[in-house]
Design a protein around this ligand. Structure first.
Ligand SMILES: [Zn+2]
Ligand SMILES: [Zn+2]
Length: 584
């Protein structure tokens, strides 16, 4: 018996190895004999002969000797530290199925960039006092998250358990480390922002030294400490937690799955968590308002006036600048809402109710964008504009030398969601809240509330700090939640509304994109899926066919899509597959 994690025995006869080849064809791995004098265990990186080459691979378990074929031997072990154990491997196999990725691609995600050298992974201390659990809880609270992390981690670290904390962005991971202060906490940082050498060193420390507080970006969700007591996911609705490239893994979902199979506590926190985390949570903790008071300006009211900024909003911006205060004006990355130029009614898609964009058809559902539903008018005006237009408009209010992009050091900054990380101002202004909560996306209301709440939080509260949000629909559920400073009830309603439409978390969705697929093969996806799920599409733009696949549970559909994707790839078709897409 070797010293591997959780008492996994060393395998000394014949082992199954998945080669590091990004292909579904090697998912099952191959049997190799372990040479005399070498002992390997589950999760060890090894070198193997494969088709006349030497490649890297991972040991996934024992194997039977193959019949009628001479068995080849491993060449050797690479590095000392196993990348996964049997329990994590179970989640990695699930990940490969759920995100329709080759198992080798997923195993590579869990592996540090350089060879993990050091001592072997220690067995957990059997005398650990606090027993980890598989519980999931949501704490509705904004940053700073130092107190929650410290409170959760302290008793676990003291007992030799490690704790993993995943932040949406690297600056937020750094801010958390600052917030925790220098209190002798055994912090290990992990992120692909670090060099390969530093990242590997951190990975090895996290994997071999018990009782570490592991803080980083989504990369650390894959790490396996000797004993994991808890995982904390910060602001789980943010894009940074989901991989953009395939496999499009969401760090929260990876950790929720791990918490069930490995038996540790999962904690999700954020001012506006997600219907997904709430659906998984056994406990929801809220402590008062999650953000400060918001002045909601009804742009439909007579006294609001015309133009991008209502009179009250313009006055707030002028007063703040006159006081030498800093102002942030939040706009959309693209799009935004419009209203009828004649009757001023907010423009909605007649079919899906989204802000339908300025084209001939709705950006979300493709329905024809008709005339105004109120008066039949055909001219519409945007409720906000891109950064250049807003900079010009604010310039007319306070003088153009006082307004610019973030980083200009001007009194007023105009920016988008990406400028919110680490932002602190005295006045936050959202000229077009409707463009956020009605964006052409099934998650728009939730996501819009989250983004607006982050802008509000950037202005803090008290000491004359304010947040002004303009809307044409003050009774929209997201705007009501914004006023209350509490998203939980709204998110519960959102979850139920989405479930009724078959969207996550009440249903599953997957987007499949294929470029270079011959037209006569486009029917294959629907044919293999059959009655296992509903296949919408394809819509074809240039050379790319796009489907979305929907059902209460796509597990069975993914099983049959897997070989088809493999076949298409072999034929040179470029595939992008996004399970649980964030933008749809
Ligand atoms: Zn109208
Ligand atoms: Zn629509």
């Amino acid at each position: 018996m070797g010293p591997d994690h959780r008492g996994t025995p060393d395998l000394t006869a014949i082992v199954r190895v998945v080669p590091d080849v990004p292909s579904f064809a090697v998912d099952d791995g191959f049997a190799y004999a372990v040479p005399d004098g070498l002992s390997v265990g589950v999760g060890d990186i090894v070198r193997i002969p494969l088709g006349g080459r030497r490649v890297r691979g991972w040991v996934v378990g024992p194997a039977e000797p193959p019949e009628a074929r001479r068995i080849r031997s491993l060449i050797g072990r690479s590095g000392e530290v196993a990348v996964f154990d049997a329990a994590l491997l179970d989640t990695l196999r699930w990940t490969a199925q759920h995100y329709v990725a080759p198992l080798a691609t997923v195993l590579a995600k869990a592996t540090p960039p350089n060879l993990p050298k050091g001592r072997r992974r220690p067995a957990p201390n059997a005398a650990l006092r606090s027993e980890p659990t598989g519980s999931v809880s949501v704490h509705a609270a904004p940053a700073p998250w130092g107190p929650l992390v410290r409170e959760t981690a302290a008793p676990l670290l003291g007992d030799g358990h490690s704790v993993v904390v995943v932040a949406p962005t690297w600056p937020e991971a750094e801010a958390l480390i600052d917030d925790l202060g220098d209190r002798g906490l055994p912090i290990v940082v992990g992120s692909s922002h670090l060099s390969a050498a530093v990242l590997t060193r951190s990975w090895v420390e996290a994997a071999t030294v018990p009782g570490r507080l592991i803080i980083g970006t989504r990369d650390v969700a894959w790490w396996l400490p000797p004993s994991l007591g808890a995982a904390i996911v910060l602001d789980d609705g943010r894009r940074g937690l989901k991989e953009k490239a395939m496999p499009t893994v969401h760090a929260r979902d990876l950790l929720l799955r791990r918490s069930r199979t490995e038996g540790f506590a999962a904690i999700v926190t954020g001012a506006v968590p997600t219907p997904e985390s709430l659906a998984a949570a056994g406990t929801v903790v809220r402590a008062g308002r999650a953000w400060g008071l918001v002045e909601v300006v009804d742009r439909g009211a007579a006294e609001a006036g015309d133009g991008t900024f209502a009179r009250a909003t313009a006055a707030a911006i002028r007063a703040a600048v006159a006081d030498g205060r800093r102002v942030f004006v939040l706009t959309h990355r693209r799009g935004g809402a419009q209203r009828c130029a004649r009757c001023r009614l907010l423009r909605r898609c007649g079919q899906c109710e989204a802000a339908p964009g300025t084209g001939a058809t709705c950006e979300r559902c493709g329905a024809v964008n008709g005339a105004c539903a109120g008066c039949g008018g055909e001219r519409f005006e945007p409720l906000s504009g891109g950064i250049p237009r807003l900079v010009a408009e604010v310039g007319r209010l306070v003088g153009e030398q006082r307004v610019g992009d973030r980083g200009d050091g001007r009194a007023v900054t105009v920016g988008t969601e990406r400028d919110l990380v680490g932002l602190t101002v005295d006045l936050a202004v959202v000229p077009d809240a409707d463009g956020f909560v009605m964006a052409p996306n099934y998650r728009a209301a939730e996501d819009g509330l989250r983004t607006i709440a982050r802008a509000v939080l950037s202005a803090g509260s008290g000491g004359g700090r304010r947040a002004v949000v303009q809307t044409l629909q003050p009774d929209h559920p997201a705007i009501k939640a914004l006023r209350r400073g509490d998203a939980i009830e709204f998110l519960g309603d959102e979850g139920r509304r989405r479930a009724a439409l078959g969207f996550p978390p009440g249903g599953e969705v997957m987007v499949v994109e294929a470029s270079g697929l011959p037209a006569e093969r486009r029917s294959q996806l629907g044919e293999v899926i059959g009655g296992r799920a509903v296949v919408h599409g394809p819509t074809v733009v240039d050379d790319t066919a796009r489907w979305y696949v929907q059902g209460p549970d796509l597990g069975a559909a993914k099983v049959v899509v897997r070989p088809l994707v493999g076949e298409w790839r072999e034929a040179g078709v470029r595939i992008r597959l996004d399970a649980d897409p964030i933008d749809l």
